[in-house]
Design a protein around this ligand. Structure first.
Ligand code: ZN
Length: 116
């Protein structure tokens, strides 16, 4: 939440926060600053990285640990940067589709990456 907020009624910049309410000393308007918090909660359903940040199609991420690739002797090293991810529904938890240089197309779990 920002430290300062303009009054939505009179646009005064002197509004101050009193517990859960914002109060404008100039026109007496009171309003709740909680609307922003509710909007954030609504986006919680999306795919999150290891730090809990929301991921979106086209994001770049970094793999945070060595990952063995199923059916191959290759390993995706921790620290590998992956560009242009694509989110997908996955019952096995591999909710990120991507292409990694030197390895090719593969699926990752969002819990093993972090957004750059
Ligand atoms: Zn005001």
């Amino acid at each position: 939440m920002p430290d300062t907020m303009k009054c939505p009624a009179c646009n005064s910049e002197h509004a101050y926060q009193d517990r859960d309410l914002w109060v404008c000393p100039e026109c007496g308007h009171e309003w709740s600053g909680a609307a922003d918090a509710l909007a954030d909660t609504a986006q919680d359903a999306g795919v999150r990285d290891a730090n809990g940040n929301a991921l979106a199609d086209g994001d770049s991420v970094i793999v945070i640990k060595d990952l063995k690739i199923k059916g191959s002797s290759s390993v995706v090293k921790g620290g590998t940067k992956v560009r242009n991810i694509r989110l997908q529904d996955a019952s096995d938890g591999h909710n990120i589709a991507c292409k990694i240089d030197g390895i090719g197309a593969m699926n990752l779990k969002s819990e093993f990456v972090r957004k750059t």
